[in-house]
Design a binder for this molecule. Structure first.
Ligand code: GDP
Ligand code: IMO
Ligand code: MG
Length: 429
């Protein structure tokens, strides 16, 4: 009875939230291990739609949620999100949510620096969410981050703010942005402390106990392999490792406890923000996919770029991300398209390769090589069993399995929680 890690296999927004919510019925604990409130996970349960950014999606099922040390936490965003979901009737309190006391905080100066840098990049913008994710991870690695546990030590906070402000105000001034005052930040943090500290604990201990008691742990990834700071389309990536290996270090548990790695991929492909996207469609089919799939960013509200399923890209994500099974979502969006294309490789310097190169110019120059398949005329929308799928849709799924070199173990056919087809239970290994 292994645990399960869910990670994105493309550029995010594959439907991780829906899949985690669905799988959470079989889990005891759900853990976020990287990213921050750049993530936007949408769950549709009957009449209710939940939009979660920092909170583990398992909370909707009443399962214990843990925010691991690998996550960067904007305390104000977290408290606002807790208020929002409480207003929707969810019980969120220190008994249902635990936060790693060694998780680093995102402060207002991080978001300010994120935005000032993006503005300075001009045409070379990354298209970040502007929420301070990159600068907060930089501070963690630079050993100047303020962490949750520091909130209990006002003197530590004051000292750390001196170091942080020396660094950030220098940069902000240089970029022509507004600087920050120590007193304001300190007052803000001290006011937040009593609201946050009741959630804080060494979560590694609780996870260790859960593991030893045979409880099922579900690790919920944010972003996706192609946004991973090492393995993605650098520099058009986020600032954390999104691969399944991070579930261990980002939660405080050994790698063997991570268990089965379920990768989530859309039956086509989308991307928010800038950067290479070989199979992108800038024609009417791209618009159709965006309209049908309601491809608007949960966090940014920006229209997502859309394109054909890129099997070479997902195969690469399977290999570097350690994906053992794939959940294919949004198959319904392809209903009725007369013809479908699948990217099977890239044309580069006269040769065909099955991996995206690392150098930015080569990435941008990679021309997709396509395989064309007939579409299906029936509907897959809302299908809950394999037998309900049109034969041609089954063929499409089977071809994807061959090309990405991983079995499709779960299919999603609408935003609704229960419109899901399970082929193999990831908790059974
Ligand atoms: P995440 O970031 O990976 O959790 O994905 P998002 O929630 O940002 O984006 C996925 C969107 O697709 C959400 O609006 C979901 O409600 C929706 N969705 C998930 N699965 C399906 C599906 O199988 N079909 C359709 N049509 N929509 C889906
Ligand atoms: P979920 O968990 C899609 C993208 C941003 C930008 C890049 C860097 O919902 O799949 P950042 O603010 O992280 O420094 O931005 O990463 N990005 C996402 N795209 N889904 C996400 O999360 C994303 N989180 C960040 O658009 O291109
Ligand atoms: Mg999302």
């Amino acid at each position: 009875m292994p645990n399960v890690a869910v990670i994105g296999a493309q550029w995010g927004d594959e439907g991780k939230g829906k899949v985690v919510d669905w799988l959470a019925s079989r889990a005891d604990v759900v853990v976020r291990f990287q990213g921050g409130h750049n993530a936007g996970h949408t769950l549709v349960v009957g009449e209710q739609t939940y939009k979660l950014s920092l909170l583990p999606s398992g909370l909707v099922r009443g399962k214990l949620g843990i925010i691991g040390n690998g996550v960067v936490i904007d305390p104000e965003a977290l408290l606002a999100e807790i208020d929002r979901v409480r207003a929707q009737g969810l019980a969120v309190g220190p008994d249902t949510l635990r936060i790693a006391d060694n998780a680093p905080l995102i402060l207002p100066l991080h978001a300010a620096l994120d935005r000032a840098r993006e503005a300075a990049r001009g045409a070379r913008q990354i298209g970040t969410t502007g929420r301070g994710i990159g600068p907060a991870y930089e501070d963690k690695v630079a050993r100047r981050a303020i962490r949750i546990a520091d909130l209990a030590e006002p003197d530590t906070l004051a000292d750390k703010l001196d170091e942080l402000l020396l660094h950030h105000n220098t940069l902000l001034r240089g970029l022509g942005a507004e600087t920050f005052e120590k007193r304001d930040l300190l007052d803000r943090l001290l006011a937040l402390a009593p609201q946050l500290l009741p959630f804080a604990e060494p979560v590694w201990e609780r996870l260790d106990e859960a593991r030893r008691a045979g409880r099922r742990i579900l690790f919920e990834g944010a972003q996706a392999v192609m946004l991973d700071v090492d393995h993605g389309t650098y520099p058009f990536v986020t600032s954390s490792n999104t691969v399944a290996a991070t579930a261990a270090s980002g939660a405080g548990i050994g790698p063997a406890a991570v268990g089965f790695v379920l990768g989530i991929a859309k039956a086509y492909c989308t991307r928010v923000g800038a950067g290479p996207f070989p199979t992108e469609l800038s024609d009417a089919t791209g618009t159709l996919l965006g309209d049908r799939g309601r491809e608007f960013g949960t966090v940014t509200g920006r229209r997502r770029r859309c394109g054909w399923f890129d099997a070479a890209l997902v195969r690469q994500a399977v290999k570097v991300g350690g994906i053992q099974g794939l959940a294919l979502t949004k198959l319904d969006v392809l209903d009725g398209l007369p013809e479908l294309k699948i990217g099977v490789g890239y044309r580069l310097d006269g040769a065909t390769v099955r991996r995206l190169p690392a150098a930015p110019r080569a990435q941008a120059a990679a021309e997709p090589v396509y395989e064309t398949m007939e579409g299906w005329s029936g509907s897959t929308r809302g299908a809950r069993s394999w037998a309900d799928l049109p034969a041609q849709a089954v063929k499409y799924v089977r071809r994807i399995e061959e090309l990405v070199e991983a079995p499709v173990t779960l299919l999603s056919t609408s935003p609704e929680r229960d419109d899901t087809i399970l082929m193999r239970d990831p908790f059974e290994g």
